[in-house]
Design a protein around this ligand. Structure first.
Ligand code: SAH
Length: 425
């Protein structure tokens, strides 16, 4: 059984701990303390990057506690229906885009691999539709530990390390016979017609935090507390920093702002790739449309955890700013959303899928489990409202390119599933 909500999922809005409680003085804390003493405070982004993906002691590097026994649980871990509906989204877009003969499914931050597993099951079930299409899977994962877990989940552990000069670091064949490749960076993924997926990925990327003061914008930094050994604290930069100059929009009205430039760079890359080679990207995460101020928070053992305490032992995360992602697509692609998770899943037909599963399940315990997981995903007070879906699509997917002969009749473009009701022809 799943742990009771809301502690099961990461909470959705800003409850960032501002004061550091005395944390366990682990290896990561000692490493950071040495660094801060030697060269002064670091940006929140640098702190977050160290805590999450430091090659030796980072949270994701060592374990990345996705799942029931970990620190937080995600939608694909709650219900197989979630990944199945996303699999259907890709097939529906593949059909709407004229059934290209080949596509890459590229997932950023695949966690335990559950979402890809559920998507590949749908691809297998609909193999008659996809029969003439050459599909391959490309996973972008920095954590060696999680890539091992993904390999077991998706291939049964049958993977090979790639030669040094290969852009992938590992490859294998899925249980359903599809080739899978692993990379550390989106730039290593070969070009080509691609469907991208980022579920709870952007929220794990490092953010900069800023505060408006009487003297102008200042950056929030992490420093060592001079009074208490090995305890961290937030301080404000005494003057402007390169980040205050580069990342704050002149029209900004908020007093506290979080910016994730790494997310911006990745969206720029996705948009360029889609513009050049075709495809689409689906981004799902908790977030806002440029309105929230303080959302940096930590999770350990399904509970909120002080972000400055015992770095490397807790997941650190911040809400995704979808308005920023939209801006960073720079008009290279069209964007749709953000739309609430419960609306997206409803449009994708979750109610019908639930009915079928309920009818097919013989015992009460399974039925209760199905209803419970549906409630977790859909209830506005659980994951239904705070998780959002957002898509990047080629412009021609939404608007007919201008044709020379204006009299030529244009058939209407099929609606994009999820953002509108699903219509599979
Ligand atoms: N998508 C999964 C897991 C989310 S946890 C799910 O929904 O269940 C975040 C994932 O992103 C982990 O797999 C983590 O190791 C990976 N990750 C974090 N930072 C990354 C980075 N900079 N590059 C690539 N992967 C990263």
């Amino acid at each position: 059984p799943l742990p009771a909500a809301p502690a099961a999922a990461r909470l959705c809005s800003g409850a960032g701990g501002e004061a550091a409680a005395a944390g366990g003085a682990g290896a990561m804390l000692r490493h950071l303390a040495r660094k801060l003493r030697a060269s002064g405070p670091v940006t929140v982004a640098e702190y977050m990057r160290e805590a999450l993906t430091n090659p030796g002691q980072g949270y994701y590097t060592r374990r990345g506690g996705v799942g029931e026994s970990g620190d937080f649980i995600t939608s694909p871990e709650i219900s197989q229906v979630f990944g199945e509906l996303i699999g259907i989204w890709y097939i529906s877009e593949w059909m709407a885009m004229g059934k290209p003969s080949t596509f890459q499914l590229v997932e950023l931050g695949p966690g335990q691999g559950t979402l890809t597993e559920d998507i590949l099951r749908v691809f297998k079930q609909l193999s008659s539709v996809l029969s003439k299409c050459d599909v391959s899977v490309h996973l972008v994962e920095v954590s060696p530990k999680l890539s091992e877990i993904q390999a077991v989940m998706l291939t049964g552990g049958k993977v090979q390390p790639s030669p040094e000069d290969d852009s992938a670091y590992m490859k294998g064949i899925s249980k359903t016979g599809i080739p899978i490749f692993w990379y550390r960076d989106i730039q290593d993924v070969p070009p080509g017609y691609s469907f991208y997926l980022a579920h709870e990925f952007f929220d794990a990327l490092p953010i900069h935090k800023f505060q408006r003061t009487e003297k102008g914008w200042r950056e929030v930094l992490v420093d060592i507390d001079p009074e208490v050994p090995d305890q961290l604290r937030f301080v404000l930069s005494p003057s402007r920093t390169p980040a205050t100059q580069n990342f704050i929009q002149p029209e900004e009205t908020r007093d506290h702002v979080e910016v994730c430039p790494e997310a911006g760079v990745i969206v720029q890359r996705l948009a360029s790739r889609i513009e050049k080679d075709g495809g689409a990207a689906l981004v799902a995460d908790y977030g806002h449309d440029g309105t929230k101020t303080d959302t940096f928070r930590g999770f350990r053992n399904h509970k909120l955890h002080d972000v400055l305490s015992a770095p490397g032992t807790a997941d650190l995360t911040a809400d995704v700013d979808f308005s920023y992602l939209r801006k960073m697509a720079q008009g290279k692609t069209a964007t749709l959303g953000p739309i609430k998770q419960r609306e997206f899943l409803k449009n994708m037909g979750i109610d019908l899928r639930l009915q079928v599963l309920l009818q097919n399940s013989g015992d009460t315990a399974t039925r209760e489990q199905l209803l419970h997981s549906y409630d977790m995903l859909m209830n506005p007070e659980k994951m239904g409202d705070c998780f959002n879906f957002f898509a990047l699509l080629p412009h021609h997917r939404l608007v007919h390119p201008d044709k020379k002969d204006k009299r030529e009749s244009k058939s209407p473009l099929p609606p994009v599933a999820g953002f509108h009701e699903l219509l599979l022809k």
